[in-house]
Design a protein around this ligand. Sequence first.
Ligand code: GZL
Length: 352
Amino acid sequence: MKKIICSALLVSCMVFAMTACGSKKAAKTGGDAKSGNITVGFSQVGAESDWRTANSTSMKETFSEKNGYTLIFDDAQQKQENQIKAIRNFIQQEVDYIVLAPVTETGWDTVLKEAKDAGIPVIIVDRMVKVSDDSLYTAWVGSNFELEGKKAAAWLKAYLDKTGRGDEEINIVDIQGTIGASAQIGRTKGLEDACKENKNWNLLAKETGEFTQSKGQEVMESLLKKHKDDIDVVYCENDNEAFGAIDAITAAGKTVGTGKDDILVMSFDSTKTGLTDVKDGKIILDTECNPLHGPRVEEIIKALENGETPEKQQYVDEEIFAAVKDVESVNADGKDYDVTVVDDKVIKGRAY
Ligand code: GZL
């Protein structure tokens, strides 16, 4: 009797195991088994800036149920360990695609290998990853951050020349982004290389503002205490740091603007709020970094769904915006870029 019960039990366990695997397999290949949607797991850096919010909105609007997707969105609060956890969770859920907006460039090999072994394509968006084997990700779409830095520095050089300050000693402080993020690495390098070229430019300090307004204000306050009246230019590596820096500068009784006696505030991202400060003359130059990556990532997924091979790396085109019309265009990496002077019409036309 015992033997019959044991073998019946064994058979039922085997049947259970097969159907469970079977249903997991079905979920994997059929996307979201219930709705038939394509499931996308998106590991987002956080919500540290206006740019990031616009980026998340673009992804959520693109990968919506009505567009045939099930989006699993994870906000990592700017912590890599949370992104790694999220990716492992997506693997467990057998999503069809993983999209990663990496907080920093390094430390991804192990978890991306796990995704590759699970047969789940990974698309990198915005910042870049540095991995030992680039087959660990299927495609990347984002900005050329060093070019952004070069464009900003070329504009500053042209502006100083145009306003008779080309030979003046110019003291610059760099409020950097999150250290190790591609955006920080590229923007900082663009400025550092320009300071090597222009012997009268002195880079007094580099300090991370973590791409946030509060940290940007805190760093600016300490730099003002240390360098008193010696700061001519503040190079903020995103708009939110610039908002904080402007608050600190005005609280210290100094002025931001476009004149010889003002502190010149430069920024990146060109969000609507940032461009409003450009229009008002508080930020003199804002170099665009386009966050609307949703449709670009969807194009990559559609190509993969159709069995096509998407481009491995895609850079987005970006503009530069100024508060003044002295410089009409700049040249960087052998290409000319028109400078747009910001007015109400420009702001109305902005999508983010
Ligand atoms: C740039 C992006 C940066 C933005 C910041 O592509 O990674 O992160 O410049 C954001 O505003 O926080």
